[in-house]
Design a protein around this ligand. Structure first.
Ligand SMILES: [Zn+2]
Length: 212
């Protein structure tokens, strides 16, 4: 199987993938240039319809819509942008391979294994702690939002706001919701107590204090 590198956490669909914002480092300029060139010279593995976006929100529109491979690794087409523009670091063994001069070859098997990438993200402390939180199905989302809006009084920070449920935690009856301005809130369904935060940078997996 091909080893995944460079697949990132999606703010709107949280997962165990690392956040590149946590992986900004100092590159040796010659190495960085060579790795960027190597990533750009990959072979097309898969083409998708949807386009990717830069997780740094730098305004770059052309992040590609393909997966690339060299026969050993697989990465998204937009990965060189992260190395070149944002100095995001990658696993040492991948960098060593990229600099080794091994030419890319067509893979025998096209399946991607993302487990080493997930483990690497955890080891770099670049992942988001979401134990106990789960994605909700569309029907569940509708139901919990109705329940929530019924409890939100005028003056509440979420009053009459269009909310998108990102994940929920059944054990504490809490939702993590996205607000229209891109900020987020953890809200408890039973009493609508709420903690607002600006972005995933401020995410802490703890529960709301009771009765706030
Ligand atoms: Zn960018």
């Amino acid at each position: 199987m091909l080893e995944a590198v460079g697949y990132w956490f999606n703010d709107r669909a949280p997962s165990g993938y690392p956040r590149p914002q946590k992986l900004v480092a100092t590159w040796e300029p010659v190495q960085r240039k060579a790795v960027v060139a190597y990533l750009r010279a990959g072979l097309t593995l898969e083409t998708y319809r949807g386009k990717s976006h830069c997780r740094f929100a730098c305004g770059e529109q052309d992040m590609g819509h393909r997966d690339y491979t060299d026969g050993v690794f697989a990465w998204p087409e937009g990965l060189p942008h992260y190395v070149e523009k944002h100095a995001v670091r990658l696993p040492d063994h991948f960098v060593a391979h990229a600099l080794s001069g091994t030419p890319p070859v067509e893979p025998k098997v096209k399946r991607i294994d993302d487990r080493p990438w997930l483990r690497w993200g955890v080891a770099q402390d670049a992942t988001v702690e979401l134990t106990g939180w789960d994605a909700l199905g569309w029907e569940d989302q509708k139901k919990v939002l109705e329940r929530l809006h019924a409890r939100i009084a005028p003056g509440h920070p979420l009053h009459q706001k269009e909310l998108e449920v990102l994940v929920g935690r059944r054990s504490t009856d809490e939702l993590l919701v996205l607000l229209p301005d891109g900020t987020m809130a953890v809200v408890r369904l039973s009493d609508a107590s709420t903690r607002l935060f600006a972005s995933w940078d401020e995410w802490l997996p703890r529960s709301l204090p009771t009765g706030c």
